[in-house]
Design a protein around this ligand. Structure first.
Ligand code: FAD
Length: 383
């Protein structure tokens, strides 16, 4: 067992909890951390991708050792428009996160356990044990339902396909929206992990959270067939139903009297439209390791941090409402098709959550590719 009273207990060894543990171990090695994770593998079984510009150069030290795949750019395709974007693209494999965290923390500080309850300075595990600490960080993922969040859903299933004859793709296809637009904005995402291994994901934006895995498996099979790929094996599979945040109320999501610090998506630290959280998980982990008070004040400090993020997301929530409320399902792709005609630096700032005021005007400028009346109603909705 670790020291009777560690400095910090992190609940959840997912992406955010793992990055926080790594950042603290690197930058504040004097801090004793206990990580509580019920799954055998830290980070589960995931691929996390991001655009290189999502991570500030000053934060690269945290993610660089975790990157398993790199490409100099990526492609997008829409019915009336195809484009190569010269923005480097990166993928982290959860196996690397697991190995890095196990190198950084003593084995006895990683508890294979489930947290039942937490206060700002203590955690009760499902086996009845209570551990006291100077501070607790809850990074147990979002859970459902989520009070205070008005959501649509981004649903996907991805398979790593082995194609012995080679797939012929040398850079990621981040959105191939030339496919049938079933149930909302749909696209196929392809990551070439080797000349014969291709990760193919079928994704769609939807009003409901139900995921029909069999249907998505069939769609991937028919996409592969249409491309002429003979698949010899499926070597990995993952799926997700991620919230697309259209609006809500931060004080309901995280009441001011809730003093347990939160991190990761549990703190709302994700991009409202894409649901991707890696850029925010990196920023939060580096903040934690540099500026955060690791004592009972952590809850208030983390809540302030999350509230600022929520405020900055106002424009992205508006875009999420435009996508899911103002456009008819078969026409939703037009919003992204139009977005992808904009300059590359603007696109990069948007994904990194750093759109400027001028970017926002540019994104909204001109006649929207949706009903004007519904676009106006979406703009007027509670943010
Ligand atoms: C399949 C999939 C692919 C994704 N791909 C990307 C991507 O490419 N890029 C990107 O930026 N985002 C991606 N996302 C979105 C988002 O980044 C991930 O969901 C990310 O893992 C969220 O990080 P997190 O640490 O906040 O939560 P999680 O990674 O979900 O971690 C939560 C952890 O808490 C643990 N936990 C749960 N309950 C308890 C408990 N009671 N006690 C202790 N621990 C507990 C869980 O086991 C888990 O390990 C993806 C999401 C999914 C589902």
């Amino acid at each position: 067992m670790p020291r009777p009273r560690p400095d910090l207990i992190i609940l959840g060894g997912g992406l955010a909890g793992g990055l926080c543990a790594l950042a603290l171990a690197e930058r504040r090695p004097d801090v004793e951390i206990v990580l509580v994770e019920p799954a055998a593998a830290i980070g589960g079984n995931h691929l996390w991708s991001f655009f290189a510009s999502d991570v500030a150069p000053g934060h690269a030290w945290l993610v660089e050792p975790l990157i398993a795949h790199r490409w100099p750019g990526y492609d997008v395709a829409f019915p009336a428009h195809r484009r190569c974007i010269e923005e480097p693209y990166r993928t982290i494999e959860s196996e690397r996160l697991d190995a890095a965290v196990r190198r950084a923390l003593p084995a006895e500080n990683i508890l294979l356990a489930t947290a039942e309850d937490a206060t700002a300075t203590s955690v009760t595990l499902s086996d009845g044990r209570t551990i006291e600490a100077n501070a607790v960080l809850d990074a147990r993922g979002l859970g459902a339902p989520v009070p205070g969040m008005h959501c649509g859903w981004q649903k996907f299933l991805g398979q790593l396909l082995r194609i012995d004859a080679g797939h012929g793709i040398d850079r990621p296809m981040v959105m191939d929206a030339t496919v049938d637009q079933t149930d909302g904005y749909r696209f196929v995402y392809c990551l070439p992990l080797s000349p014969t291994d291709l990760f193919v994901e079928d994704t769609y934006y939807s009003d409901s959270p139900e995921l029909d895995a069999t249907q998505l498996e069939r769609r991937i099979a028919s996409y592969a067939q249409a491309q002429g790929w003979a698949v010899s094996a499926v070597t990995r599979q993952e799926s997700g139903v991620l919230p697309v945040l259209m609006g809500g109320d931060f004080d309901t999501f995280w009441p001011a009297n809730d003093r347990v610090a939160r991190g990761g998506v549990r703190a709302g630290l994700f991009h409202p439209l894409t649901s991707f959280s890696l850029p925010d998980a990196v920023r939060f982990a580096t903040w934690l390791a540099k500026d955060a008070p690791l004592d009972e004040r952590l809850g208030v400090a983390a809540r302030d941090y999350a509230q600022q993020h929520w405020r900055r997301g106002r424009f992205d929530r508006l875009l999420a409402r435009m996508l899911l409320r103002a456009a008819d399902r078969p026409q939703r792709f037009r919003i992204l098709e139009r977005f992808y005609r904009l300059p590359e630096p603007l696109i990069a700032r948007f994904y990194a959550g750093r759109s400027t005021f001028a970017d926002r005007l540019r994104i909204l400028a001109g006649r929207p590719p949706v009903s004007l009346a519904r676009a106006f109603a979406a703009m007027m909705e509670k943010k």
